[in-house]
Design a protein around this ligand. Structure first.
Ligand code: DHE
Length: 547
């Protein structure tokens, strides 16, 4: 079990409000939830936050996972809830018990907790954010050129998820450059427009900026802007390079604009909104993925529950103004990426089995494309195909098919916004989280960490980018036990790709480097520091949005 980082923060604050006690005491006798002591409530709230809130929401109204409000959970009762938590579901819910992540006692606690009203999570003000803001190296003390001779644009930032660190690894030599303390469960990394700065965002809402030009690249500033977050990006438009950053928060539902170099918080905007379709108010309308336009001073923010895509113009943020175009799209928006031209942004509406296409030039909804069950593209994979022209592909959590969509309405109108190609991952079931390619590579690579089959979840599947034929299955060496292979990333040249061997916190694992031509394992990056590696981000590919 992960150690609580929130105690005294989110959960602590919720307890202070007295909401918990209220909900326990006022429950009607005939329909009362199973008893929980204050201590148990605190512990259960933490487990829920760590493991469940991402999919079911802090207020448990449901998103990627179903609603877990007491009217539903009390009908299910403790035993049925325990069974779900222990075994997971075919819809993609992890088998927390079977995997050994949660003990039987913790599962029982959680099952009882779910039958109570959810505790009220707290808000966060700009002043509270500023109290956490630390600049380790002021901008004026930072170097004006790189203080090392390393090929820093081919560095990889590797998330060491459960140990709360990011490793900077030299993509040329595969040597560790430094390990940076970033905080709890970093989710993603993004690079600034120049590539010099690497940003991380943790599940605890802490943003960190790392300066890759320092003799030993390290963090130069950090700030906690919310209690729960998944996304961060930076200003990539000409004239704004490296100047601003934006964090997308899950709780409180909001986005926060920061100074790009110091992370000083500048502006908070609430994203609580109305469901685009029913027009009912949704307090917990969270920010899922964010991308930065290269052609306009715009961030594309996906407001998950509301089913809206917000185009946020940051050009006047210094005057206190952000202008937002709110585009009605589909629920529930999750992850996505640019097409090859970087005019269109494609994002998964994962509970409606659709991909939403936003035209960022004309600032409107371009199309909604039906795909398979629970699309999960990561940022997707772009291919310039000889027949279909530019296409963008996504895999699915809920099934084995991969769908590729035509993205060139001008050059190839007959294929635009249609699934032009379906192809299957071998073996049964879904569980794919990420697919990736590189303009220089012949291959498209897919993982499958959420598949229940222990062999499939440790495998990486390689496909020909033109014929879509399955070329090879790469298996993580057998010496790594009880692991999952997750997330692919190419190097700058596109001639190798890296895979994470994702195990438990107490288990040293590896980052595997494959030759992208021969598909042979070229190098195992190991060491005591390689713990729970998840996402890996090549500086050049991330700054240029190459995927
Ligand atoms: Fe992620 C991307 C949210 C579970 C690893 N994840 C994203 C993005 C969102 C998101 C909104 C897009 C960010 C962007 O592009 O701006 N992820 C969530 C969840 O809500 C969810 C389902 C449950 C949760 O509680 O977090 C979840 N994600 C996971 C995992 O279990 C993974 C495998 C490991 C982990 O860190 O928990 C995981 N997510 C990642 C990675 C990316 C990501 C590596 C970036 C992929 C990329 O190539 O850009």
């Amino acid at each position: 079990m992960r150690v609580s980082k929130l105690t005294g923060g989110l959960v602590g604050a919720a307890l202070v409000t007295g909401v918990v006690a209220l909900s326990v005491n006022t429950a009607k006798a005939e329909n009362s939830p199973p008893p929980l002591t204050k201590e148990e409530m605190k512990k259960a709230a933490q487990i829920y936050f760590d493991r469940c809130a991402g999919c079911h929401g802090m207020l448990r109204k449901g998103a990627t996972g179903p609603a877990l409000t007491p009217d539903r959970t009390r009908k299910l009762g403790t035993q049925a809830l325990e069974a779900f938590i222990y075994n997971g579901t075919l819809g993609g819910m992890p088998d927390w018990g079977k995997q050994g992540v949660l003990t039987k006692e913790e599962i029982n606690l959680l099952a009882r907790f779910l039958q109570h009203e959810p505790p009220n999570p707290p808000e966060m003000s700009l002043q509270q954010m500023k109290a956490t803001w630390k600049v380790y190296m002021p901008v004026e003390d930072r170097p004006t050129r790189p203080q090392h001779n390393l090929n820093w644009k081919n560095f990889f930032g590797v998330i060491l998820r459960d140990v709360g660190k990011v490793a900077i690894v030299d993509g040329d030599t595969k040597k560790l450059v430094n390990i940076v303390d970033t905080g709890f469960a970093v989710h993603i990394l993004r690079s600034s427009a120049s590539g010099r700065y690497m940003y991380s965002i943790g599940r605890d809402g802490k943003a960190t900026v790392i300066d890759l030009w320092l003799a030993k690249p390290d963090k130069v500033a950090e700030v906690k802007v919310c209690y729960d977050a998944r996304s961060i990006d930076t200003s990539k438009y000409h004239g704004y390079e490296d100047k601003l950053a934006v964090v997308g928060c899950y709780w409180p539902p909001s986005f926060v604009v920061l100074d790009g170099m110091t992370l000083e918080p500048k502006k908070i905007v609430s994203t609580s909104s109305y469901y685009y379709d029913t027009q009912e108010f949704v307090r917990e309308a969270r920010v899922a993925s964010i991308v930065a336009s290269h052609y306009d001073p715009i961030w594309v923010l996906n407001i998950k529950e509301a089913g809206q895509v917000w185009l946020v113009d940051y050009s006047k943020v210094d005057k206190g103004t952000v202008t937002i175009d709110m585009i009605d799209a589909e629920r529930y928006l999750h992850d996505g990426g640019w097409d090859l031209s970087k005019r269109y942004f494609l994002v998964a509406a994962n509970m409606r089995n659709k991909i939403v296409v936003i035209d960022t030039k004309d600032k409107e909804l371009e199309a909604i494309v039906k795909v398979g069950t629970k699309p999960h593209p990561g940022r997707g994979a772009n291919i310039d195909h000889p027949k279909y022209g530019p296409i963008w592909c996504t895999g699915h959590i809920g099934e084995k098919r991969v769908a590729c969509i035509g993205t060139d309405p001008e050059g190839h109108p007959q294929y635009a916004w249609k699934v032009v190609k379906w192809f299957d991952l071998p073996g049964e079931g879904g569980g794919n989280l990420f697919i990736k390619t590189h303009p220089k590579s012949k291959y498209l690579i897919a993982d499958r960490p959420l598949n229940p089959d222990p062999e499939l979840k440790r495998s990486i599947f390689v496909f020909d980018k033109v014929t879509f034929e399955h070329v090879k299955t790469l298996k993580v060496p057998a010496k790594y036990k009880n692991i999952r292979a997750v997330h692919e990333e190419f190097n700058k040249a596109g001639d190798e790709f890296w895979i994470s061997v994702w195990g438990k916190k107490d288990q040293p694992t590896a980052i595997l480097v494959y030759d992208a031509k021969t598909l042979k394992l070229k190098k195992e990056i190991t060491g005591d520091w390689v713990r729970t590696p998840t996402g890996k981000f090549n500086v050049y590919n991330t700054m240029k949005d190459i995927y």
